[in-house]
Design a protein around this ligand. Sequence first.
Ligand code: HSE
Length: 438
Amino acid sequence: MADSNNNNTLKIGLAGFGNVGAGVYKNLLKNGALLRERTGQNLIIHRIVVRDPDKPRDIDLPAGIVSTRLDDLVKDDEIDIVIELIGGTDYAFDLVKSALENGKTVITGNKALLAEHGKELFAIADREKTPIYFEAAVAGGIPIIKTVQESLVGNSIESMAGIINGTSNYILGRMSDAGLAYEEALNEAQQLGYAEADPALDVNGWDAAHKAIILASLSYGSWVRSEDIFVEGIEKISLADIRVASDLGYTIKLLAIIRLDTESGNIEVRVQPSLIPKNHILASVNGVFNAIFVRGDIVGETLFYGSGAGQDPTSSSVISDLADAAAHLGSGAASRTGFVPHGLYGHPLPIDESISQYYLRLSVDDQPGVLARISGILGEHHIGISSMIQPEEHCEGAASIFLMLYFAPFGTMKKAVAQIAELDCIQDEPILMRVESL
Ligand code: HSE
């Protein structure tokens, strides 16, 4: 990218040249003139820090632009903006902290970093009066951060239900539509560049959980701690679950639920695979797409939909942050530093108190009396059965039972399932999922 001597030039230090970093570079080249018209600034990538400078890359970088030292970004007085796309929480934390302390505006797409260290980093940003922008941290190309911070600022956010991990949505979709095994669908998602470097975070729910923490914290004005939320992934979902749910009129999605109980002020934050009615708008969010269904007390229901992962959509969000940073730096005015604490709300709701309907899959001995023992335990806990399926199977001595259960507190449900799991007629770990009416 050519350098410039123009006074209206902002120099950028880019840390990380993986999928998204390369996308930012490529798309700044592509739409540089448009951005210059819109922001009044030349946005120039001045230095790129990579781990391995000799790694073969699709993009030829100008000689002298590449470095392997993060200090070359934070200690360079010419650099105005540091974009952190290295991921992880160790080096990334040091980089963001040091960049802020050196007066550099920070842009990051690192949801794990903000979920774990947001409170501390935004305190530093406030102290240094230097902003952090993070549109790319949640839902790839969907502008949900600015939506919550700006467009819905006059609303009390009543709830959000989000499909905010593209990889798991892609996997569930491929299992459902093509009958692929879980591993095959995961491999495809990795080949397509949707999964995190460590895909465990995608499938165990924590990538979505980091994003949910950021959304809940922005909505409710105090940092939600990861130990206060409940997270489950999609690893145990089988093709049988997907088929039975479908026969019953449901689709399985990894859902992030963020909900304010207006009476107690308590906040419910959880990520779980859930059955949702096929006719709900979120059920038609397929592939790597994300969607966040937001209910505000003034605006009512809104839906934000788009590509939740991938090079171009995520770099679009980073570039939108660059435009904000350019507007702020160009005006010289003080601006908000990224997170506005207001702490109007109460404590996280203990997960055991959250109430929903459930789906339960049991692998059992195919013997007389088994159903009676299971329904007896559910009855003891006052959990009603709304429907039950036992498909005819040709597996000697074994059967699968699928139960749909009425509303119950999660704590009660867990106790009942633990008791059922202890029965000598139960062959495998029971699989419990929420049924969300949304
Ligand atoms: N791996 C993430 C996803 C993309 O699949 O949604 C970036 O958050």
